[in-house]
Design a protein around this ligand. Structure first.
Ligand SMILES: [Zn+2]
Length: 181
């Protein structure tokens, strides 16, 4: 089994090449096993380098002892940009057919800190990585930002709006914290 050293910790990992994967995903499970999933065609990835670049996150996740996930950039962003946008636009249109709030544009972002944001100018911004989240999380992010078009805050009214389409938003919001950017 391959392993790396992070500081003094010897960390074993499972490397999985997946036909479905379009990006690199690192998962740490409750038993502290680490799995890295990469696309089949990405033969030139330096796995060790990727893992070392996430060493703080890996050590933190092991300490937390819960299931944690991180999506790491591979070189695909420009190739997949239109696919990301198409997917996100589709979800915005789907949910906004209910809310009917006016927005100016939908933009892709490569942020290290946020899944999404909504500007005062009514632009909806989404981290392209929501494409890689399980759908309940990406839908939550989409609905969250759409609702900011009406309530530009996190008031009770705001959460009530979110709740209409995402009734279990509280759990989803909590669980989303396991996914790092
Ligand atoms: Zn918000």
């Amino acid at each position: 089994m391959p392993y790396i050293y992070i500081g003094d910790s010897k960390i074993y990992y499972i490397l999985k090449k997946s036909k479905k994967a379009k990006n690199v995903r690192i998962s740490i499970f409750k038993d502290n096993s680490l799995k890295i999933t990469t696309p089949v065609y990405s033969s030139n990835l330096n796995i060790e380098e990727i893992l070392l670049s996430k060493s703080d996150w890996i050590l933190k996740s092991i300490k937390e002892n819960s299931n944690n996930f991180i999506i790491e950039d591979s070189a695909d962003f420009n190739i997949l940009k239109s696919e990301y946008l198409k997917y996100i636009e589709g979800r915005v249109i789907y949910f906004n057919s209910f809310y009917n709030f006016r927005y100016v544009s939908i933009n892709l972002r490569k942020s290290k800190t946020r899944w999404g944001s909504c500007s005062l100018n009514r632009n909806l911004n989404f981290n392209y990585k929501i494409y890689y989240l399980p759908q309940k999380f990406s839908d939550y992010v989409v609905v969250h930002e759409i609702c900011h078009l009406r309530e530009f805050n996190h008031s009770k009214d705001f959460w009530n709006l979110v709740k209409v389409k995402i009734p279990d938003y509280k759990e989803i919001k909590k669980e989303l914290k396991r996914y790092s950017l």
